[in-house]
Design a binder for this molecule. Structure first.
Ligand code: ADP
Ligand code: MG
Length: 378
């Protein structure tokens, strides 16, 4: 067990890292953030900030020497950096697990190989793969870059072979995955923590609504039959076991025709788990600290139904939003990430509404959304 007072290292210093850092500092740990952004949201709460590239040897050396354990808050943390650090200190999750999650093609292959359900897809690495891909995947489809996509970025709608050839060429033929565009009934996510001894604790299944490829609203618990929630929990647990995962893992799933398909995984806490801060007995960020340090896992039970609304930079158009629209609701919790510059689509904060009556939580959350001037989802 890594005792409070020790220093923890964090690769990446965005909002997820900020909330991890708050949880770690609350438990009495020191935190060193490695992030090239001098205005890193996590660094504001950290005890140290290595303000360099993620692969900078001097920074990695510093983390290895001073940190009892190192974790990450974004999947594009270079897996090689994690693997190198793992030779000198505790690293959770492992570079190998992160490497699977950061490449859609490896990720889908891993899910399928382990007998877990995925939608129709095909890898496209060269022009010559297009023929076979179109034989496997019905149009309309979505082309996604295998690496570095997030919040709907690195994706294009494909209606024809000509579209596919054009977009693949425009993207300079980087490795891609072609996916059938599915008729989604619902999107859900399962976030869990798996400890080094294999113990797993799973947060309640969350129901997610996206707008323009970005998470908009999360409803917890998801309004799905108990049997489907149990199956989602089982699938996520099997995935974590297959990955020999140690850390907090998020699994995004689609409900199509009443059945579950795994979409993607994130080797870290997830935007759809922000509700756990205010609505669960242990938050996903405290859980990340606990797994990292080998402390007993916390109880993920939901104590109050909750609805989370993402706050994107778009609502800063006319200056600072009117926070009284949030703060006048007794059940609303406002979280802002301290980002200086509000850009459209940039995640600036979130609101979680906790109410004993789930219908009331949704009603208040949607009223806040409206009052803040958030555009209706498509
Ligand atoms: P990321 O979250 O990394 O940007 P996702 O694969 O999760 O990438 O895609 C973002 C959103 O786009 C999903 O949450 C879903 O709303 C939609 N989407 C992605 N893939 C499909 C698909 N195959 N069929 C229908 N909708 C999809
Ligand atoms: Mg996603």
């Amino acid at each position: 067990m890594i005792a409070p007072g020790s220093t923890l290292g964090l690769l990446g210093g965005g909002q997820l890292g900020r909330m991890f850092t708050v949880a770690a500092r609350t438990l009495g740990y020191r935190v060193t953030v490695l992030d090239p952004d001098p205005l890193s949201p996590a660094a504001e709460f950290a005890t140290g900030h290595l303000n360099t590239a993620y692969t900078h040897p001097v920074s990695l050396d510093e983390l290895a020497q001073t940190c009892a354990a190192v974790t990450t808050e974004f999947e594009n943390a270079p897996a090689e950096a994690l693997l190198a650090l793992a030779e000198r200190t505790v690293v959770r999750p492992s570079g190998n697990a992160v490497a699977v999650a950061q490449d859609r093609s490896r990720e889908k292959g891993f899910i399928a190989t382990h007998g877990l359900p995925v939608g129709p897809y095909a890898d496209i690495r060269a022009e010559a793969d297009i023929e076979a891909a179109l034989a496997r995947v019905k149009l309309p489809a979505i082309l996604k870059t295998a690496r570095f996509g997030y919040d709907g970025k690195g994706q294009a709608a494909i209606a024809s072979r000509a579209d596919l050839e054009r977009v693949f060429a425009e993207w300079k033929r980087v490795p891609c995955v072609l996916e059938e565009r599915l008729a989604l009934e619902l999107e859900i996510s399962v976030i869990l923590a798996r400890a080094a001894d294999g113990t797993v604790e799973v947060f309640p299944v969350a129901e997610n609504r996206h707008a323009r490829g970005i998470l908009d609203v999360t409803i917890a618990p998801a309004r799905i039959p108990a049997a489907l929630a149990a199956e989602a929990t089982m699938l996520a647990t099997r995935l974590a076991q297959a990955l020999e995962y140690v850390g907090v893992l998020a699994v995004e799933m689609f409900v199509v025709g009443g059945r579950l398909l795994v979409n993607e995984i994130a080797p870290r806490p997830h935007n759809s788990g922000h509700y756990t801060i205010d609505a669960c007995r242990t938050s996903q960020f405290e859980q990340q600290v606990r797994v990292l340090c080998g402390l007993p896992l916390g109880d993920p039970t939901l104590h109050t139904p909750a609805v989370m609304v993402n706050l994107l930079g778009d609502i800063w158009g006319a200056g600072e939003p009117r926070w009284d629209a949030v703060l006048r609701h007794a059940g609303a919790h406002l979280h802002l990430y301290g980002k200086r510059e509000a850009r459209p689509g940039r995640k600036m904060g979130h609101v979680t509404v906790c109410e004993p009556d789930p219908a009331r939580a949704l009603e208040v959350a949607l009223a806040i959304r409206r009052d803040l001037g958030i555009a209706e989802s498509a």
